[in-house]
Design a protein around this ligand. Structure first.
Ligand code: NZQ
Ligand code: ZN
Length: 390
């Protein structure tokens, strides 16, 4: 096992009615920026519950944080936060709103061009504290320090990570997910699945605890994901999916083990250029990446096949066993309703080859030229991966 430090500062408030605990967690003189998305919280009643919970505090609202939040929108929230001298941000939504809140929190007291926090890794000071009310289980953003923001002007989707912007608390009420469109449950389950894979499907370092935690989350997603689509108001199923997604990316399973993240980095360019949903990009890239990296990942691919998908590989060669496992992953994504080939999606008039050229150019521009747990996924290999994913 590799050396590691581990701390997760987010207090999880899990279950029905936990929103009531929010007011106790705010500073005494709270001036709250209530950040949310396109309005789903007004239709499903979450907005009213949040306002009731914030009763007695000064609240400034900023709505319209879009999926794959844009720098252009968030910078308006930064200006509003400065103008109103807010001292706390409450993010109510999915990963996009929570990621957006982290960027706003970091940018408010930043003396300079806030995009540099993402583009140049610029240091920032005195970020605002954040709380999260999660409405979409997927990203794990509610209890990690990651934020991914898109600059529309340059088609760049970049991330930064700092525990200083990690939410202090997160409300996880499974009932808040009942109103999700099926597509978002599909996306969420696939995203959480791939988060586990990025931290698990590398090479063995004798870390059986991390492996078995990871396998437990993967198995839970495989079992509960389809039920989540079939029975939208099954509280227990939604609770299991919600907790799986949080556990997938709250830091625990990735400590002391190598991590990959190439699927995410390549996927981000597909979103930046063609506005595909985050999970759709992962479903396209991962099976092809497994194929191209099968030699480096072979022990863990076989472990995934045996332990998670229950494959026996009877009479199969190693190559066939690897292929069977990749097929099982693909079938899981497709079964969840997320397509796995670039040709399944709208590439806005570009041919597949043009799209691959543009993705490669963007990765080059963003310095994503040595990806993966070995740093051996260069642009040529990425081109092989994307060619297989056509
Ligand atoms: O904007 P509203 O109206 O709220 O609608 C949202 C949005 O259209 C809707 N929605 C959310 N909760 C709902 C609901 N609709 C009905 N009922 C509810 N309860 O769902 C749509 C998608 O929301 P979004 O927040 O964009 O989805 P998700 O949580 O998948 O977040 C995706 C973003 O997170 C980033 C992705 O890159 C992407 O930008 N990621 C963040 C990570 C992190 N912080 O660690 C890691 C991930 O790998 C990922 O990169
Ligand atoms: Zn993800």
């Amino acid at each position: 096992m590799l050396n590691f430090t581990f701390k997760n500062q987010t207090e999880i408030l899990f279950g029905k009615g936990q929103i009531k605990k929010v007011s106790d967690r705010l500073p005494d003189d709270a001036r709250v920026l209530l950040l949310y998305g396109g309005g789903s919280i007004k239709k499903n009643g979450i907005y009213d519950q949040v306002l009731t919970a914030l009763n007695g505090n000064e609240v400034t609202e900023f709505s319209g944080v879009e999926p794959n939040p844009s720098y252009e929108t968030l910078i308006e929230a930064v200006e509003l936060a400065r103008e109103k001298s807010v001292n706390f941000i409450l993010a109510v939504g999915g990963g996009s709103v929570i990621d957006g809140a982290k960027f706003v929190a970091a940018a408010v007291n930043f003396d300079g061009e806030p995009w540099d926090i993402l583009a140049k890794g610029a240091s920032f000071y005195d970020p605002l504290p954040i709380g999260a009310v999660l409405t979409l289980p997927a990203t794990g953003s509610e209890s990690n320090g990651n934020s991914v923001v898109t600059k529309k002007a340059t088609s760049q989707k970049l991330g930064f990570s700092s525990e200083t912007v990690q939410p202090q608390f997160a409300v996880l009420d499974p009932e808040y997910t009942f109103s999700l469109p099926k597509k978002q449950i599909s996306n969420g389950v696939v995203d959480a699945f791939v988060h586990v894979i990025e931290q698990y499907l590398t090479y063995p370092v004798n870390a059986p605890i991390q492996d078995r935690f990871a396998e437990g989350i993967l198995q839970t997603l495989i079992e509960e994901g389809p039920k989540g689509l079939a029975n939208p108001e099954d509280y227990d199923v939604r609770a299991n999916i919600m907790w799986s997604a949080t556990m997938a990316l709250n830091g625990l399973i990735g400590r002391g083990v190598p991590q990959d993240w190439a699927t995410h980095m390549i996927g981000h360019e597909l979103t930046a250029l063609y506005n595909l949903d985050h999970a759709q990009t992962l479903a396209i890239v991962l099976p092809a990446l497994m194929q191209v990296q099968q030699e480096q990942k072979k022990e863990k691919i076989l472990q995934l096949g045996r332990r998670v998908f229950g494959l026996t590989f009877t009479g199969a060669t190693e190559q066939q066993a690897i292929r069977e496992t990749i097929f099982a992953v693909t079938q899981f994504f497709e079964g969840m309703g997320v397509k796995t080939k670039m040709s399944d999606y709208d590439l806005q008039g570009d041919t597949l080859d043009q799209a691959i050229d543009r993705i490669i150019d963007n990765l080059d521009k963003n310095g994503m030229t040595k990806l993966g747990e070995h740093g051996d996924i260069d642009l040529a290999k990425t081109r092989d991966i994307l060619s297989l994913a056509k």
